[in-house]
Write a protein that binds this ligand. Structure first.
Ligand code: DAH
Length: 346
């Protein structure tokens, strides 16, 4: 019997050595130490053996069984390790930086639009305005209808709109819908500004982009006048440019203001002699504005007998371009690190 056990042990070792997969290993396990395995059958066949023999063979079988258990679990964990390594080898990704990239590391920098936007926010908060944020995806009501631009209004064609396929939602074409949203959440008197991205489906050139930035402002109170509007705009521009800039006010048409104005500043890129940014006119449209149309106030549930107000939609990108002397708006979204690095004002 002991001989048989010894033979079995050798046989086990050889078979386990050849077992390649997890299933093979488990099959070897069942064959030798399973309930109906070789060791069990040896023990079962000991019924008629002498007590002495039973004792030695029993002891030896138990020892062997334990040894086999150990070998099996070692083989299994070895196999698992190999599988993991194999997987890692197959999914290997080199996440290390190459030497050349390391050589030209780029320090982080704020985008010039962010820098200017934050400055303007500071100026307005110091004048008691709150700052609102609104959705890029708008509905017809907020982007057009409640701004006194009904469906048949020709002014809808003034802005080329990115519509969603349901034809009910759109990427906001301006930040003016925030006037409507602001009136929904505030009761007069109030004043707020709202910076953000706007989207238009139009051809790009040195002064036009499909995605650009505006900062909407609205002030509603008692007896607000055009003089108040001009005062706030002049303070804003003087703060931003750090000097008095030459401005001109001319009539402008926007359905949500009456009267409406275009506030232009003398082009700071060419000093007024004409360039691609000012389209050779010497002036840059920067601040369309006006007195809020009573219909817009009515949409916003504002009591028009008591309150009126002004609104403006500052073109943030143009302001950034004037401030830093950038002659093409397309640089702003170029993603060129050399461009971004020039503005690291933390
Ligand atoms: N929303 C207008 C545009 O994008 C700009 C504008 C004009 C905003 C007059 C105003 C305003 O608040 O009063 O063309």
């Amino acid at each position: 019997m002991l001989d048989r056990l010894q033979k079995l042990s050798k046989q086990f070792e050889a078979e386990l050595g050849e077992a390649a997969s997890q299933a093979d290993i488990l099959a070897v396990k069942a064959k030798y130490i399973g309930k109906k395995g070789e060791i069990s059958s040896i023990l079962k066949g000991m019924k008629d053996a002498s007590p002495e023999e039973k004792k030695t063979v029993g002891k030896e079988s138990n020892r062997l069984k334990q040894e086999m258990h150990k070998a099996i679990s070692q083989a299994l964990s070895e196999r698992e390790k190999q599988e993991i390594e194999e997987q890692l080898r197959q999914n290997r990704q080199d996440i290390s930086l190459t030497k050349s990239l390391l050589g030209q590391r780029h320090p982080a920098a704020y985008h010039p639009v962010t820098i200017v936007q934050r400055e303007i926010e500071d100026i307005f908060t110091s004048m008691g305005f709150t700052i609102l944020n609104g959705p890029h995806i708008e509905d017809d009501y907020h982007n057009f209808e409640a701004l006194n631009i009904p469906e048949t209004h020709p002014a809808r064609d003034m802005q080329d709109t990115f519509w969603f396929s349901d034809m009910k939602h759109l990427l906001r074409t301006h930040t003016s819908p925030m006037q409507v949203r602001g009136m929904e959440t505030h009761t007069a008197p109030f004043k707020f500004v709202c910076p953000g991205k706007v989207f238009r489906c139009e051809d790009t050139d040195a002064s036009h982009e499909m995605v650009f930035h505006q900062l909407e402002g609205m002030m509603v109170g008692e007896n607000i006048s055009v003089a108040n509007l001009i005062y706030f705009m002049k303070v804003l521009l003087a703060e931003i440019f750090g000097k008095e800039v030459e401005v001109r006010l001319r009539p402008g048409y926007f359905p949500f203001v009456e009267p409406g104005f275009e506030l232009d500043i003398k082009c700071l890129i060419c000093g007024g002699s004409g360039c691609s940014v000012c389209k050779q006119t010497g002036w840059v449209e920067l601040l369309p504005c006006g007195m809020v149309h009573p219909r817009v106030l009515e949409y916003g549930q504002v009591d028009t007998d008591k309150y009126n107000g002004f609104a403006f939609g500052l073109g943030l990108d143009r302001l950034v371009m004037m401030r830093y002397g950038i002659d093409d708006i397309r640089y702003l979204h170029s993603g060129d690190l050399r461009f971004g690095q020039q503005f690291s004002e933390y």
